[in-house]
Design a protein around this ligand. Sequence first.
Ligand code: FAD
Length: 455
Amino acid sequence: MTAPAVTARPMPQARRRLLGALIVLAGLAFLVLAASLAFLEEEGHEAGHGDPPVVLAGLVCALLAAALILMQYLLSGRLRLLDRVFGLPGLLQAHRVVAVSAAVLASCHPLLVFFPPDETIGPLRLEIWPALLGMILLASLWSTVAAGLWRGFLGLPFPRWWLLHRLGTFSLVVLAALHASFVIETFQSGLPRLGLWAILAAYGSWQIWSKLVKPARLAKAPYRVGAVRALAPDIHEVTLARADGAPVLTYAPGQFAFVRFKSAAVSSEEHHFTLSSSPARPESLSFTIKCSGDFTADIGRLAPGDTAVIDGPYGLFSHLARTSDGQPLVLVAGGIGVTPFLSMLRYLADTGDTRPVTLVWSARSRCELILEEELQAIQARLPGCTLIRITSRESVPGWPAGRLDREALGRFLDGVDRGAACFVCGPGKMMDAATRELAALGFAKSRIHTERFAL
Ligand SMILES: Cc1cc2nc3c(=O)[nH]c(=O)nc-3n(C[C@H](O)[C@H](O)[C@H](O)COP(=O)(O)OP(=O)(O)OC[C@H]3O[C@@H](n4cnc5c(N)ncnc54)[C@H](O)[C@@H]3O)c2cc1C
């Protein structure tokens, strides 16, 4: 018997595209509005005595940088609508690009404003504190951006970087508001002043909602750990159900959630994990977690009865979001990158979706290729399902060995419909190579979807 289809169907592609275009247009309109404030100031001057064009350009740069910084809160704020349209991982990529753009624009501001020979701030003294604040602001902006881009290179552990990032971005908003209020006449009265206050009020409300209201709401619907199963020496499956017996959150197969465990054995840091269970079974959900650092090393010590708070689901890495009914699927996984595909395969089996699906799963050794029995049972239930497992450092009788290069991928996907939707998840280099090879093998780039496990 097949289970009913999940109710949390992602937004149809056509609606997503339309909404995406509207949201981008709204963002552009906000930027134009912000830039136009520079011209308001010029109108305030007597005719013919406005700022020179180069100074105006400097002001435009500053206003655009400030607007982009504000937009960062929308990009990284886990807003449900934006996630459904663009997917959180895509938004976080945009967050990085916008951060660099804001820093470059902010750097152009002093260069242009002080370009005319008569525009100078003279020797350093207390009266020019708003301008000095601007310099501190620029330095903080670049430090925040650099720490985000080069966290690994700087050797900053994630939790420490995260704290610094939050403090850094908070100080940016405060410094920018002070700098704008005291250095530019535009913001000292009238509508611009009101606008600045409105933006600060929106920022304050956002902080209250995201730091207090939302966590409190999530905490009211806690989950309880039901079982912790070791699938390999360093891979555990954690199954959870709602503590009050209610159905778990609705999600599409392949989506992920943020999880914060409350356990004596595991740190209370929030981490992302893919929901590896089938959404057609709403009584519980599971995460399949590989040890890759301090936090994940303790997952096996979770015990039934421990609780967790789950914020999700997020992302568009799901065949329900990216394919039409019956469209063939090619799933390419590296190591623990199989978790979204576990969810998709379990869901296909639960709902009796017999479309052609090929899973190519590469790992270093046999023990990383978990859940052999269950996958065989799924294959038996899905006539169109082909499972290929390949190991690079160990040879397993009956399974191919070696690297997942073009020759191997070409062999495994020989005869597979080139109109298939491809999903790739695994270590970064493996994903880049697989994406390249799939395109070279004739799969359309627009139908190759990826999910990275490092944001
Ligand atoms: C969308 C998504 C889905 C994922 N799904 C799975 C999954 O199903 N199974 C699985 O085993 N792993 C998954 N991961 C990876 C998992 O989140 C990391 O392996 C885990 O957070 C590492 O934590 P750590 O402290 O043990 O390791 P560390 O060695 O400390 O961290 C390794 C890397 O993980 C990231 N990271 C660390 N701490 C955090 C944090 N608090 N918040 C966010 N990122 C952090 C950083 O990029 C860091 O460089 C997923 C990641 C993403 C982004």
